[in-house]
Design a protein. Structure first.
Ligand SMILES: Nc1ncnc2c1ncn2[C@@H]1O[C@H](COP(=O)(O)OP(=O)(O)OP(=O)(O)O)[C@@H](O)[C@H]1O
Ligand SMILES: [Mg+2]
Length: 364
């Protein structure tokens, strides 16, 4: 049974429906992310779980105990919900030392002094900050300050950590480093985490499962690889990673493959995707890494309009009729701008032609 269980949660602010019937369950030791664009309802969902916001409908359970039930009028206050929280603007107290910042939640719970010292030492060891007890936040780096905020959330050994864009104030390099540290801290503590972010790279890299949200609803709830490879809806497909769209005609399908025609001339054969639109007009959606340059007369004819270096490889923009296709290649594949090329695609999804104007349209 899940450590956190949210069922049919709903919350509006006046006419704005922020959360529209959201359900999910977070397992023991799970890193669970809510991912979606600005305004999709991530923070509101998290604040309802924390008890900082009162939902309009639904139920929330934490560690087997109901903390919110709309029908029963139950709404347990935040400090009795057995949670630790860190927000984007990490509120560490500038006038307190590292030790006092982390000890603060223990002191207000009237934990005996001896217990406090032991607990703070334990948390500092998990955070790799032993020896910095007497520093003040102004004497710490941004990453260290963020770890103090995390330390304060860990102090009371909560059942779950709620984190809302906790790394977004850090610069890119530090953010990447803190991602790894946060994962390691989670491994060590075994704490389940409910993580909120609009950064898909972060969510893909850190999460065991991701709930992708759009306009207050969960469109897809699955492990990162499945979200990336088999996005449930057009919205999820478009929001995660990059994707090329090519209008085609579905010319044939059997159990294992489909045949598409591009401009009635070039045939494309692909493994059969999970979803086949009624056709015959379809939109082929394929990631840049699913395309490559072909030798000889195979593939679709196009022209390279732009080449950009990405460190680990190149990205080419290839003009194909009215469409532009992005092709990611390893470093050893080099084609020049202006060159006539042929490109082939190895896998993709098929959407209905108007799917991009319907976020909820089925993709996989
Ligand atoms: N206190 C509030 N009063 C009125 N509207 C609110 C309030 N809080 C949130 N909203 C609205 O609810 C919707 C969801 O907001 P929420 O903060 O949950 O989004 P979010 O997914 O966290 O976005 P972001 O990535 O920008 O943080 C938005 O339309 C927002 O304007
Ligand atoms: Mg938010």
């Amino acid at each position: 049974m899940g450590v956190v269980r949210v069922e049919r949660l709903a919350k509006s602010f006046g006419k704005v429906v922020a959360v529209d019937g959201v359900s999910f369950e977070i397992a023991e030791r799970e890193f669970f992310s809510l991912l979606g664009p600005s305004g999709c309802g991530k923070t509101t969902t998290l604040r309802c779980v924390a008890g900082l916001e009162t939902a309009d409908a639904g139920t929330i359970e934490i560690a087997g105990r109901p903390v919110y039930r709309a029908d029963a009028g139950l709404d347990v206050p935040p400090n009795e919900r057995d949670i630790g929280m860190v927000f984007q603007s990490y509120a560490v107290w500038p006038h307190m030392t590292v030790f006092d910042n982390i000890a603060y939640p223990l002191r207000i719970r009237k934990i005996p002094q001896a217990g406090i010292a032991g607990r703070v030492a334990h948390v500092l060891r998990i955070l790799g900050m032993t020896g910095l007890e007497e520093r003040r936040p102004s004497q710490l780096s941004g990453g260290q300050q963020q770890r103090v905020a995390l330390g304060r959330a860990l102090a009371l050994a909560p059942s779950v950590l709620l984190l809302d864009e906790p790394l977004s104030n850090l610069d890119a390099k530090l953010r990447e480093q803190m991602r790894a540290e946060l994962k390691l801290i989670q491994r060590e503590t075994g704490l389940p985490i409910l993580y909120v972010t609009h950064d898909q790279t972060e969510a893909l890299a850190m999460s065991d499962r991701i709930a992708v949200m759009c306009e207050g609803r969960i469109h897809h709830l699955a492990p990162p690889e499945e979200i990336y490879r088999r996005p449930a809806t057009a919205f999820v497909l478009d929001f995660i990673g990059s994707v090329n769209y090519l209008p085609c005609r579905l010319a044939g399908a059997d159990d294992s493959s489909v045949t598409l025609l591009w401009r009635e001339e070039a045939a494309i054969t692909l493994p059969r995707p999970p979803h086949l639109p009624p056709g015959p007009d379809v939109l082929l959606a394929a990631r840049p890494e699913s395309w490559r340059f072909a030798a000889g007369s195979a593939g679709l004819p196009g022209t390279v309009v732009l080449r950009s270096f990405h460190g680990a490889g190149f990205e080419y923009r290839v003009r194909l009729g009215e469409t532009e296709i992005r092709v990611m290649t390893p470093n050893d594949v080099r084609v020049s701008e202006g060159e006539a090329v042929r490109i082939v695609v190895s896998e993709g999804l098929l959407l209905e032609p108007d799917a991009l104007s319907r976020p909820e349209a089925r993709a996989a």
